[in-house]
Design a binder for this molecule. Structure first.
Ligand SMILES: [Zn+2]
Ligand SMILES: [Zn+2]
Length: 140
């Protein structure tokens, strides 16, 4: 997929375009994402392609030393997670007009998922330890 897609928050104060790098989405089951979204964060990798039309109502929450969560300060909608330098942006598929475009490929922090539900899709799953090992800088 290399076409720019339109997205927006619930109230429409924040609108943006983004170009997903692929046609897949992943879910994060970590406690921060669940609290932030009120569900599960279903996101697609958009590289650094997100362009906002107006940032007046754009809120930023830095939940860790390297990541930040962007949302609408008027309606509270979850929009995207990004590294603080903006180089890696993962946009909520539900912020787009066409969330069905994305194939459900992976689940991370699978060991943080509450036992009370699970998705039936066959996906590639990673635990918290596996995710940390993949992204942590090497010691040398
Ligand atoms: Zn809004
Ligand atoms: Zn998460």
């Amino acid at each position: 997929m290399s076409e720019a897609l339109n997205g927006q928050c619930l109230c429409g104060a924040v609108k943006f375009t983004a170009t997903p790098v692929g046609d897949t989405m992943g879910i994060c089951h970590c406690g921060m994402c669940r609290r932030w979204t009120g569900g599960t964060f279903m996101a697609t990798d958009c590289g650094n392609s997100v362009v906002f039309n107006d940032e007046a109502k754009l809120g930023r929450y830095r939940g860790s030393s390297w990541g930040e969560r962007l949302f609408c300060t008027a309606c509270g909608s979850t929009l995207l997670w990004q590294t603080q330098d903006g180089a890696n942006q993962h946009v909520s598929v539900h912020a787009f007009d066409v969330p069905e475009k994305f194939r459900f490929e992976s689940q991370i922090f699978i060991d943080r998922k509450p036992d009370s539900y699970e998705f039936v899709n066959e996906t590639k799953n990673m635990t918290e330890a596996e995710v940390v090992a993949m992204f942590a800088p090497s010691e040398d």
